[in-house]
Design a protein around this ligand. Structure first.
Ligand SMILES: Cc1cc2nc3c(=O)[nH]c(=O)nc-3n(C[C@H](O)[C@H](O)[C@H](O)COP(=O)(O)OP(=O)(O)OC[C@H]3O[C@@H](n4cnc5c(N)ncnc54)[C@H](O)[C@@H]3O)c2cc1C
Length: 408
């Protein structure tokens, strides 16, 4: 039996690894292997978009172990902060949080209780409530306007009004693994690229855009297959096939991200949320999380979100470069302090988890026999997409395919 997998992101690679001992698998990838988790390499490798993992990412951790990389998985307290009017406030220890001047003590206590309770919440029940309604009801107008609103706007732009409360609850639950000194996050020292490389070593990847045809069986780039697993965005799927299987209309978000090498360290913080109106909504100083020595330079990411047809996504890289450099002046960084800057974009980087999204989650099986969909829109990536979710989706779709074709 021959199976074509479209996309060598973590979903496609994970599906291929689960199937390779049972069937003949071929992956087609039009861009870089690793997809959204792919890296920029120059002597060292670093993800094009900032990545870290969480203790509850069981599938990712299992895979890291399977490839003998456990010793490289490090857990560190990642310092976070918040920028207001050009000043950065660290928000890690209870003392730092108490000193933060833009929230009352009452609001801080409410926020702490909300975070503590988040782990045990059934967030699926809140899928039909908007994030704004949910925060207003549970935490009040002040926390909504002065704390959450800038974060929501920078992450979703105007689409924030559509986002479901379930997304926020799940997001807070993931991020509530706190110690006294702050939140512990994981990273594969020297980059997640090492995991992707090991996965690629075990499977057959063809660097080509997959052109899919269906007539009885399936044909991808002129080669016949018995089954196909599609892991790209639903918007890019062949129109004829999309119409036949009646896909849900999913709104996607795009990511635009600058990776910058600075001559000097900028802050003492890993993740700073930006509340001022800048091109980026977060400043992520990677070399405050991982060691400077691993790279030999100070690396920061400036993270922006857009919609696929939004002006930011449409800007050319040179314009974006200039905008990022201009906005960095808020932090006293001028062009002479920058060694180099790279801009990366991903058109379909996440579904927007709008109200009622739960009904749009795609099944692995489609009405077309032998045609499967897995990836960002699968259940394990709800209500927040992650490396772990995509690895799990890859494993699950492989299991479903094996059961349909009675493969043991
Ligand atoms: C800015 C950003 C930050 C993130 N941070 C984190 C984080 O900190 N922690 C975490 O766990 N996760 C994070 N993620 C999410 C994580 O990267 C993704 O959930 C995961 O990598 C998605 O894998 P995937 O295979 O499902 O999708 P993708 O990576 O999108 O893979 C799909 C692949 O299919 C290919 N493709 C599509 N159509 C075709 C075609 N016709 N022919 C050939 N190839 C095709 C695409 O090129 C792509 O490589 C982040 C993502 C972004 C964008």
């Amino acid at each position: 039996m021959k199976v074509a997998i479209i996309g060598a992101g973590l979903t496609g690679l994970s599906a291929a690894i689960s199937l390779k001992d049972y069937v003949n698998v071929k992956i087609f990838e039009k861009n870089d292997v690793g997809g959204l988790a792919s890296s920029y390499c120059k002597g060292y490798c670093i993800e094009k978009f900032y990545h870290h993992c969480f203790k509850r990412d069981e599938e990712l951790i299992k895979l890291i172990r399977r490839f003998g990389l456990s010793k490289k998985l490090v857990w560190r307290v990642a310092k976070i902060g918040c920028e207001v009017n050009g000043k950065i406030y660290p928000l890690n220890t209870p003392f730092e949080i108490l000193r933060y001047p833009y929230l009352s003590l009452y609001d801080k206590i409410k926020l702490a209780i909300f975070t503590l309770k988040s782990k045990s919440r059934n967030y699926e029940k809140e899928d039909y409530k908007s994030v704004v309604e949910g925060i207003r009801e549970e935490l009040g107008e002040n926390l909504l306007n002065s704390f959450f609103m800038p974060l929501l706007r920078s992450k979703f732009g105007d689409n924030y009004k559509e986002v479901s409360y379930a997304w926020l609850l799940a997001r807070v639950a993931i991020r509530s693994n706190r110690k006294y000194s702050g939140e512990e996050l994981g990273y594969l020292k020297n980059g997640f690229n090492q995991l992707i490389e090991r996965m690629v070593d075990e499977v057959d990847v063809t660097k080509k855009e997959a052109k899919l045809k269906k007539f009885g069986g399936y044909e991808v780039c002129g080669e016949k297959f018995d089954a196909v697993i599609y892991t790209g965005s639903l918007n890019s799927l062949d129109k004829k096939i999309a119409e036949t299987i009646n896909l849900p209309k999913i709104k996607y978000q795009s990511s635009v991200c600058a990776l910058i090498s600075l001559k000097e360290k900028l802050t003492n913080i890993y993740w700073t949320n930006i509340t001022s109106d800048l091109t980026f909504g977060a400043l992520i100083e990677h070399t405050n999380f991982m060691d400077f020595e691993d790279y030999g330079e100070h690396l920061i990411y400036l993270a922006s979100y857009s919609t696929p047809d939004g002006w930011l996504f449409k800007c050319d890289n040179e314009t974006l470069r200039k905008m990022y450099l201009k906005d960095l002046k808020v932090f006293g960084v001028s062009e002479k302090d920058v060694r180099w800057i790279k801009v990366f974009k991903a058109k379909y980087s996440s579904p927007i988890y709008e109200k009622g999204y739960i009904k749009k989650i795609t099944d692995y099986r489609t009405p077309l026999k032998g045609f499967y969909i897995a990836g960002l829109t699968s259940k394990p990536n709800y209500p927040e997409r992650s490396m772990n979710g995509s690895i799990k989706a890859g494993k699950e779709v492989a299991k479903v395919l094996k059961s349909d074709f009675k493969i043991n």
